[in-house]
Design a protein around this ligand. Structure first.
Ligand SMILES: [Zn+2]
Length: 248
């Protein structure tokens, strides 16, 4: 393990273009439950599909009920060592930026500036009919007080968190940028993602095909471990701290 830490530290020091890719695993270390895991919100209730949200007031109410439940976790969560080290590396120009599957905004709270949020952000709400965007907090409070799904104060349209729901396509511009980063980097650090769902599954392959080194940090084995130049099955915060110490 120590040898691998040193190897990754050396690659990081020599790299001209390093990109980080993060999934739920980095945020569970901040106490945010992985929605997909046993005990996570989706093991208790079905996520509301985008098409149902559009079609039915009942589905919109259920959507806001689930979102209000998980909102408390986001508000209370603080970035952990993993988030902070990635932000530090970006400030030191060791890292171009972070591509994340997470919607909790913790990379930005830690100080990261170049963050591609593949699934949007739960810190904001957006109107589906006009360009109105706002902090999510007051709208969640309004839902809890009134028990009614809120509508846009500008145009009366449907108000939804600025996240990508099931059945909704990923933002093409963010996706294009993420693929570009994966192709351009010479080192891709993947952390806390099981690399099963798209585009998580294809970004490491894209980077690998373009000649980049691939490092995977995850507590559990992932489908793409055989593809990686280094694999660390351990916590992310502790692992990044070990690597950070060893950068020459
Ligand atoms: Zn609107």
């Amino acid at each position: 393990m120590e040898e691998t830490h040193q190897k990754v530290a050396d690659w990081l020091a020599q790299s001209r273009c390093t990109v980080a890719f993060t999934g739920a695993g980095i945020s569970t270390e901040s106490g945010i439950p992985d929605f997909r895991s046993p005990g996570g919100i989706w093991s208790q209730s079905q996520p509301v599909l985008y098409q149902d949200f559009l079609a039915s007031a009942e589905a919109r109410h259920e959507y806001w009920r689930q979102k209000s439940q998980s909102h408390g976790d986001f508000v209370a969560a603080e970035p952990n060592a993993g988030h902070r080290i990635l932000a530090k590396w970006e400030q030191q120009s060791r890292l171009v930026g972070v591509i994340t599957q997470n919607i909790d905004g913790l990379h930005q709270s830690a100080g990261s500036r170049n963050v591609l949020q593949l699934h949007g952000t739960a810190r904001q709400v957006a109107c589906l009919d006009c360009d109105m965007e706002a902090e999510a907090d007051p709208w969640v409070k309004e839902f809890i007080e009134t028990d009614r799904a809120p509508s846009c104060p500008e145009c009366g349209g449907l108000l939804k968190h600025a996240t990508i729901s099931f059945g909704q396509s990923l933002p093409p511009e963010v996706l294009r940028q993420a693929s570009q980063w994966a192709q351009d980097c010479d080192l891709l650090l993947v952390m806390g993602s099981s690399l099963v769902v798209e585009p998580a599954a294809s970004l490491p392959r894209l980077a690998r095909r373009s000649g980049a080194k691939l490092v995977i940090v995850n507590r559990e084995p992932t489908e793409q471990d055989p593809l990686a130049d280094a694999v660390l099955h351990a916590g992310i915060g502790e692992t990044l701290a070990e690597i950070d110490q060893r950068i020459a």
